[in-house]
Design a protein around this ligand. Structure first.
Ligand SMILES: Cc1ncc(COP(=O)(O)O)c(C=O)c1O
Length: 379
């Protein structure tokens, strides 16, 4: 049987990985500055992660949500403690799109309304409402376009107010730092305006932390740079360090009802153990503070590279903007310099998403190789 061919692939086959390095079948070592798309938080093959998952697998790997699973409460407590989001309730699922799908559904249940406000260059996933709230027509099928979504630019407060005042908006969904869209951020003033307008117009503010959450940006959630309490927070990627897990935090003012949300796989024993192991390591190795420090180190270094026109992002969710398209540069980096990096819908932006365990020596090596790559492509 053939694979359904939907991914343009780089010609690399990883066979094993350790911390910030990935190795292919020929034994070539790659520096992982992509983290499997911001998924690897505590480093590949962390011993504590492997031990906790193996131990759990030897007890029980899965049972359905029809019975009690105390690991879910343990995870809720740990997320509450480490994020300081004590005033929330946790619903578990298995991916980022699923987290946003449930977040949007919840907003619609709570408000009794159905129009979504999302932002230009947003990415929220590929399922029904999540993909409709994603600013990319090419990945929306006619089926998805039945959803009512209005896309607005960041920072236009008047436009947001005019839309939300129409009274039919259930949710405003935003990324405090856009990932796939290319690392743009709404202004602080706009964040507070969104928060205020949602409150007075009975709409839910949804912070999509699928990519930025779990300490990547130097705060537990990226919106926590500001003093807001979103109604709903979605998370996934770094939460499981590669084990599929996602989640929704619903503010305590949102009342749950049996059957309102549900899933077969979400919150299973292995998934909870993976995320608990991630939280253990984030805390023990102080990776949130480390992400902030190493992000600052990266930014200082990048300022010395003349062809870098703009440095975007914070913590270890970063982007380097050039005045040319980076696809050739990314190929040179992967095939000849052996470094994984990311792209974005901004074709001139190189995305940097290393495991949070990355050290200064890896950043030094990255820049040495970047300079070689730039020379090789005559940039
Ligand atoms: C901000 C954001 N939201 C949602 C998603 C979708 O997550 P998943 O691919 O796990 O469905 C992504 C994936 O890149 C993302 O970056």
């Amino acid at each position: 049987m053939k694979l359904f061919d939907v991914y343009p692939l780089y010609d690399v086959t990883p066979t094993h990985a350790k911390d910030v390095y990935v190795y292919d079948e020929k034994g070539i070592e790659y520096l992982d500055f992509y983290g499997g798309h911001a998924v690897i938080s505590i480093g590949h093959g962390h011993n504590h992660y492997k031990e906790r998952l193996t131990k759990q697998l030897n007890y029980i790997g899965f049972y359905s949500n029809a019975v009690k699973n105390p690991l879910q409460q343990e995870l809720a407590n740990a997320i509450g403690e480490q994020s300081s989001c004590h005033n929330y309730q946790l619903f578990l699922c298995s991916s980022g799109a699923e987290a946003n799908e449930n977040a949007l559904k919840l907003a619609s249940f709570v408000t009794g309304k159905k129009r979504i406000i999302a932002f230009n260059h947003s990415f929220h996933g590929r399922t029904s409402a999540a993909v409709a709230a994603t600013d990319n027509l090419a990945i929306n099928a006619p089926l998805n376009l039945q959803q009512e979504v209005t896309f607005l630019p960041f920072n236009d407060e008047k436009l947001l107010e005019a839309e939300i005042k129409k009274g039919d908006v259930c949710a405003v969904i935003f990324e405090a730092i856009q990932g796939v869209g290319g690392l743009d951020e709404p202004s602080e003033k706009f964040i507070y305006t969104m928060d205020r307008l949602c409150k007075i117009n009975n709409a839910c503010l949804i912070a999509d932390e699928v990519q930025a959450g779990f300490s990547r940006t130097g705060t537990f959630f990226s919106y926590q740079k500001y003093r807001i309490e979103p109604d709903i927070i979605s998370m996934a990627k770094g939460m499981g360090n590669g084990f599929p897990i996602g989640g929704v935090l619903a503010h305590s003012s949102i009342k749950s009802k049996h059957g309102m949300l549900g899933t077969t796989f979400g919150g299973n024993h292995l998934a909870c153990s993976a995320s608990l192991a991630v939280l253990d390591v984030l805390k023990k190795e102080d990776l949130q503070e480390h992400a902030k420090e190493l992000g600052d180190y990266f930014i200082e270094y990048a300022k010395n590279i003349p062809s870098v026109k703009k440095i975007k992002g914070r913590g270890l969710m970063l982007g380097l903007e050039f005045d040319f398209q980076v696809s050739t540069l990314r190929k040179e980096l992967i095939y000849n310099q052996h470094i994984f990096t990311g792209g974005s819908s901004n074709k001139n932006l190189l995305r940097i998403l290393p495991p949070l365990t990355v050290q200064k020596k890896h950043i030094d090596l990255f820049f040495q190789k970047l300079e070689k790559a730039l020379k090789a492509i005559n940039a």
